[in-house]
Design a protein around this ligand. Structure first.
Ligand SMILES: [Zn+2]
Length: 292
């Protein structure tokens, strides 16, 4: 029997963190940051003992799925991390950036508190760059899509393309009950929508005994991507025709690549005559040499 307990990502949108216990093995699937109004919850204890976790599986490198991993390590996690190579590469960049932001916030709060004389009340950053480095000094294993990884004689797992962001995966746990019965439990992580610009579509799932599925936007109708692209192009062409300039803020992970790809396509279609494109975003072209 597999026991599953959610410590985030259930009854809330962010902070994805699910503990799966199969016989003696404890697997944590994602360890995300809780975002928005409940942010202070990140400081609370996990609700399980991090030193007892054998494996940490990361489905993808969005902050709401990886943002508490340095805290997990800081609080005693000694197991192995398993994820796709792309997820770990992106996670390194994301978590370092997160540590910088946490430190900046801490320093701002400290300056304000010093003026008030109540600096003792300022919370330490949730984690620092050093804790992030400790994460990537841990034992880790790269998963390849649709290849089985043996965890124990009775337990295997497999990552499949989730089509959400680069390296994203949904996860199959294959295990044998003590009775010998074979089971497959699937955790979806976040799933990509159809017709992504730069990503392959997700791998269809054929069967599962139990399926845990994310449903963040399950109640919404997304308009077709084609319509959004047409509107994007229309706005740019019209603005240029009227002699204007366009500033495109791009905060979401991978959004910059998609915008650059669309602009390239527009250039090839002759829609960007006499238009200079400036790209200013150090975070988007930083490469990760440390993990190669
Ligand atoms: Zn995501």
């Amino acid at each position: 029997m597999a026991n599953v307990t959610s410590y985030g990502g259930a009854s809330m949108v962010t902070g994805s963190c699910h503990l799966v216990e199969i016989r003696s093995i404890k697997i944590l699937i994602d360890c995300g940051m809780i975002q928005g109004e409940l942010w202070q919850e990140n400081y609370k204890p996990f609700g399980f003992n991090p030193s007892e976790i054998d494996y940490l599986i990361l489905t993808h490198a969005h902050t709401d799925h990886i943002g508490r991993v340095p805290k997990l390590v800081k609080e005693g996690f000694r197991g192995e991390i398993i994820a796709t190579e792309a997820t770990l590469d992106i996670a390194y960049i994301m978590l370092l950036d997160s540590a910088v932001l946490l430190m900046e916030e801490y320093e701002t709060q400290l300056r304000k508190a010093l003026r008030r004389g109540d600096e003792a009340l300022v919370q330490e950053p949730l984690y620092t760059k050093e804790h992030v480095e400790q994460v990537f000094a841990k034992k880790r294993r790269y998963a390849h899509y649709d290849e089985k990884i043996q965890i124990a004689p009775f337990l295997e797992l497999s990552f499949h393309n989730a089509g959400h962001i680069m390296g994203s995966a949904y996860l199959s746990l294959f295990f044998k009950e003590e009775s010998g019965e074979e089971k497959r439990v699937v955790f979806s992580g976040d799933l990509g929508s159809k017709n992504r610009l730069l990503l392959n579509q997700l791998t269809p799932l054929s069967r599962a005994n139990t399926l845990f599925i994310e449903s963040t936007y399950g109640d919404r109708e997304h308009r077709p991507l084609k319509e959004s692209i047409e509107e994007f192009k229309e706005v740019i062409v019209q603005t240029l025709q009227e002699g204007g300039n366009i500033v495109i803020p791009s905060f979401a992970l991978e959004r910059t690549q998609e915008i650059l790809w669309l602009l390239h396509q527009m250039h090839q279609e002759g829609l960007l005559q006499n238009c200079h494109v400036f790209f200013r975003q150090p975070f988007s072209h930083r490469s990760n040499k440390n993990l190669s």
